[in-house]
Design a protein around this ligand. Structure first.
Ligand SMILES: *Cc1c(COP(=O)(O)O)cnc(C)c1O
Length: 424
């Protein structure tokens, strides 16, 4: 099936007389006739459902659709994008380990890595996505367990050179984890360029309607953990908390990573989405390819309009000719990147505030990537407490406006922008 068709049919094929929609299995538990039958499940000897914190049929079917969209071998849903990135990294890195990460990543992920996981004893080295070969090489240590980056960074909108980072990771015997939230697999499939694990905040375009917070992890099944048993003992040696199962032996390269993340991390941390939320996510996925095409076309039109506007200082959108990452975007996501445009209004912080106040159709919201156009001025909201100098250090210029272009009629979006800029 092609990706547009997977969006509709992936992950679930109903039999005769069964529901056409993925059923919402709103049940915490599943019944068994004998204790032995259930015991086999606990030992991972048999597969089956017993408790929704570990697995649920609705969640699994939606995960299978995302798995097919990315071209992976196994996938799981999590209750948020934050949980997905935490699980993906923590599944292979523990206290005393080290991870190389792109510095152009979502603020929440940066905080998770640099503050919270640091407290767990995991060290991160952040490198610019366009760093030199020497800098990238120098970032690795003997205890490095993974490389992490975002295919299109939120909010920097820089594009990761996936092949380059995958090559560097593999040369050091570790996998590349790519957060593919912004382009989605409709526009970019990181596995085709050497990435090993993909994560998502499904809260964004996949859900697409600002309905449900959620996340996903997908494994390509290609990274051979067994070549580096000393680096990845959790996957290559017996798990005493699961009756001595060795994940790579029992589940192969195709299933080891996701089975371990489910059996250990979901069991112990429990960041499972509700089946109801997974259902909403699936409804969003059905129209993902249609919506992405419209988001990208609208965003490109907005970026072009802003580029020629005398009150606009600068514009960034990976699909805009002349953007520093235009060539990378053409290579990795030729159909389009995402619907987000960032730009600066001449006159800095004050001018940006005026622009925001003048918008009517676009709502001010701490969100991106849903059907409705929304806008955020970090300097006057999420980063409000920072001085101009501190903002600059955080990579957020005082005039930066993050404009998440929705799927409304482009004429109405442009008219709104035009009116708001006139008021500046
Ligand atoms: C929003 C976002 C996250 C965090 O996801 P939540 O669903 O809000 O927990 C992670 N990565 C990227 C790129 C995001 O945009």
């Amino acid at each position: 099936m092609n990706r547009d068709t997977i969006c509709i049919h992936g992950g679930y094929t109903p039999g005769n007389g069964e529901p056409r929609n993925i059923p919402i299995v709103q049940s915490t538990t599943f019944r068994y006739a004998t204790g032995e039958a259930m015991g086999a499940l606990f030992d991972l000897e048999a597969s089956g459902y017993f408790y929704t914190r570990l697995q649920n049929p609705t969640n699994d079917r939606v995960a299978a659709k995302i798995c097919a969209l990315e071209g992976g071998t196994a996938a799981m849903l999590t209750s948020s994008g934050q949980a997905a990135n935490f699980y993906a990294v923590f599944n292979i890195a523990s206290c005393g380990d080290h991870v190389v990460a792109s510095s152009a990543i979502y603020g929440g992920t940066f905080n998770l890595f640099a503050v919270t996981m640091k407290r767990m004893g995991i060290d991160f080295t952040f490198v610019s996505p366009d760093c030199s070969e020497e800098e990238l090489e120098a970032a690795f240590r003997p205890n490095t367990k993974a490389v992490f980056g975002e295919s299109v960074a939120n909010p920097a909108l820089s594009v990761l050179d996936i092949e380059r980072f995958a090559k560097a990771a593999h040369a050091h015997g570790v996998p590349l984890i790519v957060d593919n939230t912004f382009p989605t697999p409709v526009n970019c499939r990181p596995f085709e360029f050497g990435a090993d694990i993909v994560t998502h905040s499904t809260t964004k375009y996949m859900d697409g309607h600002a309905n449900a917070v959620g996340g996903a992890i997908v494994d390509s099944g290609k990274f051979d953990w067994t070549k580096y048993p000393d680096k990845f003992p959790g996957l290559c040696t017996p798990d005493e908390s699961y009756h001595g199962v060795t994940y790579t032996e029992r589940f192969g390269l195709a299933g080891a990573f996701i089975t371990k993340a489910t059996a250990q991390l979901m069991r112990d941390f429990g960041s499972i989405p509700s089946p109801q939320n997974a259902y909403y996510l699936n409804i969003g996925l059905e129209t993902l390819s249609l919506r992405m095409a419209r988001h990208c076309a609208n965003a490109l039109a907005v970026a072009k309009y802003l580029k020629n506007h005398p009150k606009v200082a600068w514009v960034r959108h990976p699909g805009l000719e002349g953007d520093p990452d235009y060539a990378l975007a053409q290579k990795y996501m030729p159909k389009g990147s995402c619907g987000v445009v960032s730009f600066g209004v001449k006159g800095g912080r004050e001018a940006a505030s005026k622009f925001m106040a003048g918008l009517e159709l676009a709502s001010i919201a701490t969100h991106v990537a849903d059907a409705k156009t929304c806008v955020l001025h970090p300097a006057s909201t999420t980063h409000r407490q920072m001085s101009d100098a501190e903002l600059e250090a955080a990579g957020v210029s005082p005039d930066l406006v993050r404009f998440s272009v929705g799927i409304e009629d482009i004429e109405d979006i442009l008219a709104d922008v035009e009116k708001a800029l006139a008021a500046v």
